[in-house]
Design a protein. Structure first.
Length: 442
């Protein structure tokens, strides 16, 4: 398996690895040497299996990859191709599973005569949207008709605000759309497409791709403890050290009383937006845990001092443990797909505040397909007001839809567990994948 150096990409990939190892395969996860410096708990403390191996991306370890992202990507493709090829040239591999953002890995696999699987890390619905968009199979907004709604098989009607960034005519010129375009027009390079989802969650979208370019969901790929499986100390890899003390604080809170707020590893909110969220949390009078990665938290009206008995602010939380805690009532999230799968597996309803990429579509699924949450609406300046946040908090904690949202979340939690349990839909898909790998070797 080849993974990108990112928390949200490495962890689901590691969990596929563990599931394959449990079915009897040998698995190695290759990633860049930089990943070792970026993660606080990579080997030797990360429990095997699967073992890691590393290749150089052609840059020194202290090179700022985010600040020089475009040139870094070129360097990664060039040196990754050479170094990964060297790494695997003496190994007898029967399959390479790769992250979709590392398109060059498929070429390395082909050059070595090894069948390649792509692991799609976003919802299967997003895979269906991008496939249709980049192969020009359906109509999407254009510069002359930017507000058209999109009707696709297996998906709800998508308005502009529900579409992923990389089909919007205004964003189509960056390097990611170019990469998606090349990838989705060359899907024959992949013998398999694996998904981090489960059939019961995205049935219609998955079925809509069956005759085009099927995707096989193996998930949800979240820590086993969230799925009621045996605790195997799987915390995944951590790019930031989690502040575990918030669990002790949670232990003292009443059941279903605490609001959890986190916007994942990439999204950064403006100071004005942070102030509105702070005000809303304070006015809600509910206990809260808020993950604030920025070093400077804006402090409206002495927010930190006034809420010191009401809530906890951490720079990084043990999120899956927090979501699984009985004191958590709801999750205000940017709708990153890992966070969505984690909240579904924990049965926690959602207040959605999507920013970009797949997140707007994920929010649409949360509200209209999974029916486990509400969506925050921004004003004309792109800011979600404190009144809007307070409205959604009231609604989800105690409003007329509260019981229905909680009950839907609980049902999906059960469905997630059934999917990965022996004989469940995702378990069957893993067995099928393993059988096909073995067959292609003989
Ligand atoms: C990125 C993209 O932003 C997202 O749109 C896409 O769906 C996946 O890749 P990211 O923004 O990091 O992901 O969000 P998410 O997918 O939710 O992953 C964040 C991970 O970090 C989750 O596994 C979450 O449990 C973990 N996390 C987050 C923590 O462990 N502690 C925290 O405090 C916050």
């Amino acid at each position: 398996m080849v993974a990108l150096s990112s928390q949200g990409h490495l962890n689901p990939m590691l969990r596929i690895g563990k599931r394959l190892v449990n079915k009897g395969l040998h698995v190695t996860l290759a990633t860049t040497e930089f990943t070792v410096t970026a993660c606080s708990n990579l080997p030797p403390s990360t429990p095997p299996p699967p073992p890691f191996c590393f290749f150089s991306d052609g840059q020194s370890l202290n090179y700022d990859r985010m600040a020089n992202y475009e040139s870094y990507k070129k360097s990664l493709a060039k040196f990754g191709t050479i170094n990964l090829s060297n790494l695997i040239s003496h190994k007898k591999l029967s399959c390479i599973i790769t992250n979709p953002f590392l398109t060059w890995v498929a070429d390395v696999a082909i050059n070595h005569g090894i069948p390649c699987a792509m692991f799609w890390i976003q919802p299967c619905s997003l895979y269906a949207i991008y496939y249709r968009f980049y192969n020009k199979l359906n109509s999407f907004p254009t510069l002359t008709d930017p507000d058209m709604s999109v009707e696709l098989p297996g998906l709800p009607l998508l308005h502009t605000e529900d579409l992923p960034s990389y089909v919007l005519p205004s964003i189509l010129f960056g390097s990611l759309p170019k990469m998606f375009s090349e990838m989705f027009q060359n899907m024959k390079r992949y013998k398999w497409v694996l998904g981090n989802s489960f059939f019961g969650l995205e049935k219609d979208a998955i079925e809509s791709m069956a005759d085009l370019c099927p995707i096989s969901p193996l998930g949800p790929l979240v820590p086993p403890s969230l799925l009621g499986e045996d605790e195997d100390h799987d915390r995944g890899v951590e790019m930031w050290k989690a502040e575990d003390t918030c669990i002790e604080w949670l232990n003292k809170e009443a059941p279903s009383s605490v609001i959890y707020v986190s916007f994942g590893s990439v999204v950064v909110l403006s100071a004005k937006q942070m102030e509105c969220i702070a005000k809303a949390l304070k006015n809600s009078n509910s206990p809260f845990i808020w993950v604030v990665k920025q070093p400077d938290l804006p402090e409206p009206d002495g927010f930190l001092e006034e809420t010191k008995d009401q809530g906890v602010i951490v720079s990084w939380s043990p999120q899956t443990k927090v979501l699984a805690h009985p004191a958590i009532a709801c999750f205000i999230t940017h709708c990153g797909w890992n966070s969505v799968l984690e909240t579904i597996s924990a049965g926690v309803p959602v207040i959605a505040y999507p920013k970009w990429s797949d997140q707007p579509t994920n929010a649409k699924l949360i509200v209209d397909v999974f029916r486990i949450g509400l969506r925050l609406r921004a004003n004309q300046d792109g800011i979600v007001s404190n009144e809007e946040v307070e409205r959604c908090i009231r609604e989800i904690m105690d409003g007329p839809k509260c019981v229905e949202l909680k009950s839907n979340a609980r049902e999906l939690r059960i469905a997630a567990r059934e999917a990965v349990a022996g004989g469940g839909s995702s378990d069957k898909n893993i067995l099928l994948f393993v059988d096909e790998i073995i067959e292609s070797c003989v």
